[in-house]
Design a protein around this ligand. Sequence first.
Ligand code: OGA
Ligand code: NI
Length: 370
Amino acid sequence: MTSAAHVGSNLNAMEKLMSNGLNHLHVQDKHVFPLGDRPDMSQVCHSYTFPVIDLIDLDGLHRIKVVNDIRRACEEDGFFQIINHGVPETVMKSMMEIAKEFFEMPVEDRVCLYSEDPQQAVRVSTSFNGTEDEFFEWKDYLRHPCHPLEEIINSWPQKPALYREVAEKYCKEIRVLVLRLLAAISEALGQDSDYLNAIFGKHSQTLHVNYYPACPNPDLTFGVAPHSDAQGITVLMQGDVSGLQVLKDGKWVAVEPISNAFVVNVADQIQVVSNGRFKSAKHRAITNTTTARISIPTFYGPSLHTFIAPAASMVDKEHPALYRGNKFEEYMRASWSKGVKVEHFGSLQNRNQSVMNLCCTYLAFLIIRD
Ligand code: OGA
Ligand code: NI
């Protein structure tokens, strides 16, 4: 690219990012979701609480109880929060602070990482997939792989100056935690503790920082539109500003922040491996009028070349395979290329169902049909 073209594309990126100091002041048309596919806060349930699981006993005498709690949560909710998870508070706090600094730097310091190409592993972008989205989410994000760390850390952001150091510590702690969770979830599936570890091949871990500016009209748009996560398991630091909502028995349920807890959810690949026994629940994030919100999910799953299908031990006469297998790489490509769109299935009757199909899971792609 010539330097003139480069300056031009940087200008373009600067205009697109929500975190440019201007775009969050008005809700532009592209951020307005169609009537019937908006958040509808009056319908949100605040009375159900997703399970809060204390991991203090995970490596002690009461492991079986903790594993049973995890099994129930994965079967019935797909979401739970964890406390006493072993990640030091200081490491969590520093990560949240450096993420905030990242999005509070002048926009010029972020545009060098801007890309709308999902193949660009390290990138800053806006909405979900800016070239495919029909409706734009009210967010910017930074994302980068973090495993294997030595191979990738040199491509991480160089600003703020401490970013790499802080994020490295965070990613290492999260990986230790995820490996403990994968062992427990394997046991919850009735398998030995190495089961998911082996199925995930060489593993992949992606750090993703969502930045949702305050929004003048949260009723019109989403921070993240309804979706399920494409990887294996997600560990989310949601900070102390609420916004996350999960679909439970047809109702959107708010997940209120618990200080220093993580939100954990089953993602698509564990739903597939478990042949539908563990649920990759749909969720979304809404914005608010007063406070910018930062959430930091870690998406953890198989390495790209790993083939993922319902595990043989999860399939029998009573439980025929629900999904066809897929290389994880293909699944990811398909899920990114979909963009935020509303799918309408013909009749008016189905119209109020369309929120279910908005930027939804790519699992439909895998479902075996005859
Ligand atoms: C996501 C997501 C939820 C949140 O980034 O996939 O679901 O609370 N985020 O920001
Ligand atoms: Ni998600």
